[in-house]
Design a protein. Sequence first.
Length: 310
Amino acid sequence: MIRSIDLGALRDRVRLFGEYDRNLSAIEERLRVRVRTEEDCLVLSGEEHDVERAEHAVARMLEAAVGGTQITPHDVALAAEDSEGGKDARSVAPTLARGQRGREIRARTAGQRTFVEAMEGSTLTIATGPAGTGKTFLSVVMAIRALKEHEVARVILSRPAIEAGESLGFLPGDLREKVDPYMRPLYDALGELLEQSATARFMERGTIEVAPLAYMRGRTLSEAFVILDEAQNATPEQLKMFLTRLGSGSKMVVVGDVTQIDLVGTRSGLVDAVKRLAAIEDVSIIELNENDIVRHPLVTRIVRAYADVL
């Protein structure tokens, strides 16, 4: 079977084809069709079922590319996954933000897209998953986007400040010097989205706050996008305290990796919360897995190796 897709509306073919036509190669591999170009058309050939799936998927990607989106092999993989079982491919994941170097930031896997949609639609989102699945980064992206679009008045980023059996009292320096190393992944995520001067300005004004979990006690967090990172290292009591800080006009996102619990002699509050809150309305529980890892491909293999042993 052969189908042609008109490319006449696409001014910049690199947006759809990718550098060195890598997206076309991904289409052939993931959608099991042969691809060639003829003048202003993209020609798909292969088995009828495969060509029909590919045509729907490519049409969605073409629509996004015409609108200015740079299509990536991850988008091809998403489109292929969406169309499994005869389902029509959904639209290409929208651009959530642009990084400091102009890179489009979007959900890159089906799990990530579900996570983003949950953060958009729920007041409280709890996400678990292994390292490299974008839990922290996407949370911060959504928080900064909400801040820029005036959906919230401030962003609060928090983490448990004691991990791997370490105690702040035995670390050198003043409180800021003791705490900052634990907060570094949050600062790194901010650095991908904002210039250093902008981050410093927001923090001076209190518009962005990065603080240990213990600092949340006794507060009411209103009109804020609140993130708790590394939540697997919060006790049930600490996590209850954090969740009950939620004020009017706020969103909360709690993320962690239940395979990397550093607590000794107590349960993880994250594991406890997933069980307790799963059936509550306006709470989304998202479980990312190794298929959602977007770091170096070796990370996926490392996660699988440890999963087989532990």
